[in-house]
Every structure is written in C-alpha cells, then in structure tokens.
Design a protein around this ligand. Structure first.
Ligand SMILES: NC(=O)c1ccc[n+]([C@@H]2O[C@H](COP(=O)([O-])OP(=O)(O)OC[C@H]3O[C@@H](n4cnc5c(N)ncnc54)[C@H](O)[C@@H]3O)[C@@H](O)[C@H]2O)c1
Length: 332
C-alpha cells in the first residue's frame, strides 16, 4: 500500500467530525493508500482528540494509518502531503471582552493563526504539498498562509466546492433534472456572499443551464441570492454552520485535485490569480479549474462572460482587494 500524511487543523470541530472518517476510509485517497492522520487543535482542546482517535480506530478501516493528536503545528505538518486548514476563529466569539463581529477584525485574528501555520507548512510540509483552506474567511486566510509559506512548489486552495454543490443543486431542482446532469459549475471570486455562481456557463446535459431554465429574472434575482446566502440559511435553521456538507465539499475538492477532470467539466476552488480573466495577480480567487492527465492544476481559459457576469465578478474582486488591504501587514 502507498502511504500519505494528511494534517487537519480544527480536528475537534464539527466539520472535522464528518470529514475525518472519510479521509481514512479509502474513499478519498483510494483503497490502495494508507493515510497517516495528524489532528491539530489548540492546546485547550487537544485532549478531546483522543476520543476522535478512538472512534477512528473503531471504524476499522484498513486504510487508516498512524493517528496523532497535537497542538504543535510543526509536528502536525511535517512531511505532510495534504494539509486541510479547517480550524479558525468564528465570527461572534468574545475575545478580551470584545465580541468579534467586524470582518476586518476577523481577518486580523485569523490572519495571526494563518501566518504561523503558513510558515510551518512552507518549511516542513512536502515540497509538493497541497493545502486546502476551509476556515473562514477562507480566501484571505489562504492568501496569508501562502505568502508566509513562501514555497512555490506547494499549492494552496481555498474551498468554494460547497458553493458549487449548492449552486448545482438549486439549478437541478429548478430544471427538474438529476444533479448528475449538471456540469461546469464555476464559482467566481470570494467564498462570501459576493461570490458569483455562474448559471450561464454551467451546463445541463451539455446545454447552458441558463438556456434550459430560460428565466433570467429567476436566475439573476432569486438564484444568485439563494446560493450566496445558503450558508446563512443553514445557520438560521440548524443553529450551527454547515458541517456535513462542508466536509463533503472538502472531500470533493481533494478528489478533484488528485484525479483528472473529465472533458467538458471543471471544478471550483480558489487559487492564486495569474491575471486570468483580468483578476489582479496574487489574489486567491475562485476560478474554473481542471486537473490534467499529468496531475497539473490549471485555470481553464476562454470561458465567455456576459455583462451581468462581469459586473458580479467586479464586485467580488473588489471585496477580495479590500480584504487584501486589510491584512497588508501580514503578507508583506
Ligand atoms: N469554505 C467553506 O465553504 C466553509 C463552509 C462551512 C464552514 N466553513 C468554516 O470552517 C471553519 C470550521 O467550521 P466548524 O463548523 O468545524 O467550526 P468549529 O468551531 O466546530 O470547529 C473549529 C475548530 O477549530 C479549532 N481551532 C481554532 N483555532 C485553531 C488553530 N489555531 N489551530 C488548530 N485548531 C484551531 C477550534 O478549537 C475548533 O475545535 C469555520 O471557519 C467555518 O466558518 C467554511
């Protein structure tokens, strides 16, 4: 059996609870791959991970390798092939008597976490390590981590696959088709309510989803807010943020990165912009991606954007630019 090392921060959180068994079951990395898992938590919580480890052992998967719990990021990411950065400080937490509500405060607090984690990954994870940031604000956390890692042979992603799955599900429901009919779902920009889920380039059985649905009022006035605000709707209904679907999207992203993308399809994740589609270089931006047969991740070029799409992409780009400004001192 092959053997890989996977590190997960936020190992005792609710996303991790759904994510971890699927990482070590053979489902994600293949039945021929043993997964050594390093669970990383803050010192106050790290002991709880012993319970998680017991449960993972009790699952009895033959692909489960060594299981380690640590609060030392360096120990956790050493020689890692994959690092899933799930842990972060949520909005609304009280720190030093102050409730953290402002996005700029949240950016700074999480920025502090992602500087140390990024530096450790750049120094100690494998030279071809892949890093997926799930913890919010995901794009800008990834921007900070990637800059601090300063290791161009590693590859950083921020997760937008949950948005893509939500975006597909709503189109499938509206069109009355199976979800498997939906392909090429692009989430442009930030994993935030400014994201642009693109119904014009998504396809239903090979035809533009927008053409199949043929209701531009619904697409532009109802569909977009439905997808953009879906995370909030789940929180309002469940009293907690999406966890099983977020874990599922993380698994989807890993699978999309390690397996070649089918012809006529793409996957969504945010990666560092090389200037494609006029997006400022260096931003971590949601693009249409493909994995080639050789395992290279590429931004798919040549996708047509109508004026509506361009206006929406401008908004999300501006938001990411302002987030970059807010953490300028952390990435210089
Ligand atoms: N990108 C997406 O689509 C998406 C979707 C859903 C949730 N999220 C985000 O994922 C994150 C995790 O969500 P959750 O529901 O599991 O939260 P949670 O609060 O249940 O768990 C987070 C865990 O992270 C840990 N943690 C905090 N700082 C850490 C650090 N420096 N190192 C290691 N661990 C640390 C906490 O102790 C906690 O156990 C949140 O930021 C949430 O907003 C992203």
């Amino acid at each position: 059996m092959k053997e890989i090392n996977v590190a997960v921060t936020g190992g005792a959180g609710q996303i991790a609870y759904s994510l971890l068994p699927r990482l070590v079951s053979g489902e994600t990395f293949g039945s021929d791959t043993k997964v050594n898992l390093r669970l990383i938590e803050i010192p106050q919580v790290v002991d709880k991970l012993q319970g998680t480890i017991m449960e993972l052992i009790d699952c009895g998967f033959e692909q489960t390798g060594k299981l380690i719990a640590t609060s030392d990021i360096k120990e956790g990411v050493k020689d890692a092939d994959w690092v899933l950065l799930v842990g972060s400080i949520p909005r609304g937490i009280v720190i030093d008597g102050k409730k953290i509500e402002e996005r700029s405060d949240l950016l700074k607090i999480n920025g502090g976490i992602f500087t140390d984690q990024g530096a450790a990954i750049g120094e100690l994870a494998k030279s071809d390590a892949k890093v997926l940031v799930v913890g919010n604000p995901a794009n800008t956390n990834a921007l900070i981590g990637m800059n601090k890692a300063n290791n161009s042979s590693q590859q950083w992603f921020a997760m937008t696959a949950l948005d893509a799955n939500r975006a597909k599900a709503q189109l499938a429901e509206k069109a009355g088709v199976e979800i498997s009919s939906l392909k090429n779902m692009v989430i442009w920009g930030n994993h935030s309510p400014t994201m642009y889920p693109d119904p014009y380039n998504a396809t239903i059985d090979g035809q533009s989803a927008a053409e199949v649905i043929n209701d531009s009022r619904w697409l532009e006035d109802d569909y977009l807010p439905l997808v953009q605000q879906r995370g909030k709707a789940v929180i309002d209904a469940r009293g907690a943020s999406s966890a099983a679907s977020a874990a599922n999207a993380a698994i989807d992203t890993v699978k999309s990165v390690i397996n070649p993308t089918e012809e006529g399809d793409c996957f969504s994740a945010a990666v560092v912009s090389d200037g494609s589609y006029g997006v400022p270089e260096g931003l971590i931006f949601g693009f249409p991606l493909q994995t080639t047969q050789e395992g290279k991740i590429e931004i798919i070029q040549g996708i047509e954007l109508n004026d509506f799409a361009k206006a929406k992409i401008k908004i999300t780009t501006e938001e990411l630019e302002s987030e970059r400004q807010a953490v300028a001192d952390l990435i210089s």
